[in-house]
Write a protein that binds this ligand. Structure first.
Ligand SMILES: Nc1ncnc2c1ncn2[C@@H]1O[C@H](COP(=O)(O)OP(=O)(O)O)[C@@H](O)[C@H]1O
Ligand SMILES: [Mg+2]
Length: 283
């Protein structure tokens, strides 16, 4: 075969790739930064809205605090913050030089986008602004001496979940669901997302599992056993059931969740037992 002048000029071995080029070919690797000021970060998630994440997050935070832990509560639901209402907080956080200082309520360090906006102002933000708010809340808040930060996630498998999973060191996530098929479908999506992103799933909670009537009978309003079965199917721990109790909703609306307003209530005891279990997993 005739040798072209082009061939003769080509080096025989493949050229070494530059370091910058090698890095590009490897794909993006994320550096996971821990939230400063806390030992452990635990997120409360579900893929669906309205299943009781915020109710669970606030009560679990209070229960951990009653077990002797120092706790922070980060409301990461930028489009639908619940913490101002559920903890009845109406003040704005102060800042110290570059950082925001969390607001102390019920012995818990709290932060929410809702502290910085008017109650009924909608957050009309695109994804990158949400990501930037999450970074501020995790890197530019003076969380101080905490054992746990409980993160109340928004519904879905979107920007907030991705930012937390890829760029923030998370020690675990608890998935809350009602036993309804439509909610469970989303839970499965949520489990797959966290598994894919390498975030440890602590377990699944069946919230609003049933209602106990005045007649003492158990009414499985949203169906029965679905969350436990999903946990088994995905080989995750089932953390238990929390029944529907109108008192739970009422106390949340009044700004003093049930664990704080009535620690002797049956449902408060469920939260306290769970908090003990979670504490013993980490300490
Ligand atoms: N165990 C429960 N018993 C009664 N009401 C509950 C219970 N858990 C949650 N709720 C109510 O369900 C509604 C949705 O709860 P919320 O915590 O805001 O859900 P999410 O954060 O998932 O959107 C609220 O009105 C809340 O008071
Ligand atoms: Mg919520």
């Amino acid at each position: 075969m005739r040798k072209t002048s082009y061939d003769s000029k080509m080096p025989k071995e493949k050229p070494e790739l530059s370091d910058a080029m090698k890095k590009k070919l490897q794909g993006k690797t994320f550096e996971k930064n821990p939230i400063k000021g806390t030992k452990f970060t635990i997120a409360i998630s579900s893929a669906k809205g309205g299943v009781g994440k915020s109710t669970f997050a606030t009560n679990l935070a209070l229960a951990l605090s009653k077990c002797g832990c120092k706790v922070g509560l980060l409301d990461a639901d930028i489009y639908g913050p619940s913490l101002p209402k559920m903890f009845s907080i109406n003040e704005k956080p102060k800042s110290d030089k570059q950082n925001l200082i969390p607001i102390m309520k019920y012995d818990i360090q709290c932060m929410s986008i809702g502290f910085l906006t008017e109650e009924e102002t909608p957050m009309i933000w695109r994804g990158p602004m949400v990501t930037s708010a999450i970074k501020t809340f995790t890197q530019k808040v003076d969380w101080n001496g905490l054992d746990f930060i409980i993160v109340d996630m928004p519904p879905g498998t979107g920007d907030t979940q991705l930012t937390f999973s890829q760029e923030i060191k998370m020690d675990g996530v608890i998935i809350v669901s009602t036993p309804q098929e439509i909610a469970l479908q989303d839970v499965k999506r949520g489990i797959r997302m966290f598994d894919k992103l390498g975030v440890k799933i602590i377990g699944l909670v069946d919230n609003m599992s049933h209602f106990i009537g005045d007649d003492g009978k158990k009414y499985p309003i949203f169906g029965e056993g679905g969350v436990k079965k999903t946990a088994e199917d995905f080989k995750k721990e089932f953390l238990g059931e929390i029944p529907i109790d109108p008192e739970v909703g009422k106390q949340g609306d009044l700004g003093k969740p049930i664990v704080e307003s009535n620690p002797e209530n049956k449902i408060s005891k469920i939260y306290l037992d769970l908090a003990k279990k979670i504490k013993s997993n980490y300490f």
